[in-house]
Design a protein around this ligand. Structure first.
Ligand SMILES: Cc1ncc(COP(=O)(O)O)c(C=O)c1O
Length: 387
């Protein structure tokens, strides 16, 4: 049967993420240490697990409202206010989603019409471009540079704006670079957003994971609340990737439109997980602080180790990635990653997995034990010495 003729052109035009490709390769190399995957190595804190178990035992096995349990939406609104001074009405401005992934997809799908251009700073998370294409839009990648610590520059952004530009995706704290944008830098971006009448999808899934700097929510910049769909979730902050829990906060009118797309895609997020999320948001601050402290130790260790090897690397202040330049080795990043895996048994992701602007870099995730990191560093050092 000739299946390809049945498959939509938009779908054929996108590819499976190469991160997974590398992740699968790791499994073929015995004894390999993976710095590949962007997820916490911690398991979910027990009190959060207990809340889900209790929900199951109490018979909470039915659908919730499409937007999620109101009790959870209240906790989300409370958290956003307490941490980032953001005000949202839990009744009408918050939607619980299946991870930040679904949030990104439904937000972009709700806002994008055929031919609309979606501005995406790059390097960045792999989903924004494909979601744009599936929605019939055109991704326009805006480069960010190591010299600017991978912050989005307003003058560079403006160069990519056309009359068709409609959405700006803001991916900070950033995966894969670990970049964080300061309030001042965000204010400069806000001026461009206002001037060109853009709407912003701000993916702030890593907003709890910053080191030595405060995260500013984009919607908290004056004038931006009205223009921003904020996305976050529980995956990274509480070590809950497998629970698939995220959320969207947006002005009422937009949230109502997004809710339609969410409803017809997934109905609602899993019920027992929503009970776990209530517990996480209510009593999980210490868990975040504990894990963040541990990530920070690893961040400092990995950064200084890479610099000691002579690799150029800006100091990442967020998420759990470092993004060293491997330009000076003269080896293309895909080949570097492949050789590092097969010759030194350390798995990293080539920068190009996050777009053309990632060329010359590799991403290393430090969401793994210090022991693993120490051994990985030993191996990378030997590999580098042998080049
Ligand atoms: C920037 C960014 N956004 C969204 C996601 C997806 O998160 P979730 O697991 O909540 O779907 C990831 C996961 O790696 C990410 O790095």
């Amino acid at each position: 049967m000739e299946y390809q003729k049945y498959v939509a052109k938009n779908v054929k035009s996108i590819e499976i993420s190469t991160i997974r490709y590398f992740f699968n390769m790791v499994n073929q190399v015995e004894g390999a240490i993976s710095l590949c995957i962007g997820e916490p190595d911690f398991t979910t804190p027990e009190h959060i697990n207990e809340a889900a178990i209790k929900a199951l035992n109490d018979g909470k096995t039915f659908y919730t409202p499409n937007a999620g349990l109101l009790e959870l939406r209240k906790e989300i609104a409370g958290y956003m206010k307490r941490r980032f001074k953001l005000e949202y009405n839990p009744e009408s401005e918050i939607i619980v989603t299946i991870g930040a992934s679904e949030a990104i997809e439904v937000a972009i799908r709700t806002l994008t019409e055929s031919g609309d251009e979606v501005l995406i700073p790059q390097p960045s998370f792999v989903a924004y471009g494909p979601c744009t294409i599936l929605a019939g839009g055109k991704p326009v990648y805006v480069p960010t540079y190591m010299e600017d610590e991978f912050a989005l520059r307003p003058d560079v952004l403006e160069k990519y704006i056309t009359p068709k530009s409609k959405i700006l995706v803001l991916p900070y704290p950033n995966n894969p670079t670990g970049a964080v944008m300061s309030r001042q830098q965000l204010e400069a971006i806000a001026q461009v957003v206002e001037k060109h009448d853009l709407i912003v999808v701000s993916d702030e899934i890593y907003w709890d994971l910053t080191y030595g700097v405060e995260h500013s929510a984009f919607a908290s910049i004056p004038g931006m609340w009205e223009r921003t769909v904020t996305i976050s979730g529980l995956s990274k902050s509480y070590a809950m990737t497998g629970w698939r829990l995220g959320y969207i906060a947006a002005p009422r009118e937009l949230a109502a439109e997004i809710l339609k797309v969410h409803q017809y895609s997934v109905t609602c997020a899993a019920t027992m997980g929503q009970y776990a999320a209530i517990e996480a948001l209510r009593n999980g601050d210490e868990d975040i602080a504990r894990m963040r402290e541990e990530y920070n130790k690893r961040r400092i260790f990995l950064l200084s180790s890479l610099r000691n090897m002579g690799l150029e690397c800006f100091e990442p202040r967020g998420a759990f990635y470092v993004f060293p330049s491997i330009e000076k080795t003269g080896i293309p990043c895909e080949e570097f990653a492949q050789r590092l895996l097969y010759e030194a048994k350390v798995a990293v992701v080539p920068g190009t997995a996050f777009g053309e602007n990632g060329r010359g870099f590799v991403r290393m995730a430090y969401a793994t034990s210090m022991e693993n990191l120490e051994e990985a560093v030993r191996r990378i050092k030997n590999f580098m010495a042998g080049l």
